[in-house]
Design a protein around this ligand. Sequence first.
Ligand code: SF4
Ligand code: SF4
Length: 385
Amino acid sequence: MARERVALWRCPSYEAKQVEAAVEQAVAALGGMPAFVRPGQRVLLKVNLLTRRPPEAAVTTHPALVRAVVREVQKAGGHPVIYDSPGGPFTRKSLEAIYKATGMAEVAAEMGAELNWDLSSVEVPNPPGMLFQGLRLSRAVVGADVVINLPKLKTHGLTRYTGAVKNLFGCIPGLTKAEYHLRLPELPLFSRFLVELAQLVRPALTVMDAVVGMEGEGPSAGRPRRLGLILASPSPFALDRVALALIGLKAEEVETTKIAAEHELAPPLEEIDVLGEDLAAVAVHGFTVPPPDGTSFRLFGRRLSPNSLKVVARWLKPRPFFDAAKCRRCGVCLRNCPAQALTLAGRRPDVDLTRCIRCFCCQELCPEQAVSIYRPALTRWFFRH
Ligand code: SF4
Ligand code: SF4
């Protein structure tokens, strides 16, 4: 079987010429865009447009990277369509605001690329053996000839890391995402679902924005961190494995990559051909990543039984914390909480912890960064590194 390839290219800034050169060279190392796109094909660019934030906030895929990929697709004769279904309602009005704030509207106008306005969805059958017999995907994704995945390297309160595989969650339209969160409240099952979704969507190519990533309280309230890199690969699983090594995480520390490795979708690092930069030489040190979820761990070297785990987890599980000083009572978190665990009577939302499934959609989507993830002192002690 052919070895998986991941191109790892230096890109010190978002200056257009630097990004164009890095994207062109990284994709050329994989055979060039014509290896992935044929003339006349409709090419869906799955960007990360999590929420309405400007490019410098490092929450969304940077427009300079999107512009460079649009250029490559057009050179290969393809028709690029910029797509995401961000968190929250999937409406024309919300898309308009997000396309404008994130720089996508400008890229589309400048390059003659299309912005997706199709809000409809379609049920797609899954192969036997998957968690669900079928998945509801955006029609724009299903109708594309080719999907190119353009994630941003960030941390994530639920999954610890979000990159190539997690970015494809946005192929599920609007609030249907919240339904899947609710049906799969435990991280291992939710992660298996993400892996299966990536297998179903099968992006032909992934180009990751790791020029400036996000560490700490990602995916929207963390700190921008300059890595100065672009990664590209035909395999989202191999790409995530290399990206994790870059930020000092092992495959088994991120559930989606662990599952992909168990299913032989993500080969060991030493069996991946890393093209371009030397991985060890460009690895980032001290990249702050959220600790693992408090549902599965060892105590004094012994794995806790499910029952004792439930008792301990009640005390140790991270939970959303709402900052009254920042909250503007907009209600975005209430409308998007899949478990309907929030109420808003006072100056900030109240969370019913018996209902909360710790998906942290409230933290992802709060426009005021008023939501953080509170980890009790005991949890921090257990998970200290
Ligand atoms: S916590 Fe954020 S999203 Fe929720 S009501 Fe307050 S400002 Fe709005
Ligand atoms: S309160 Fe926040 S973390 Fe809890 S279920 Fe609702 S959106 Fe998810």
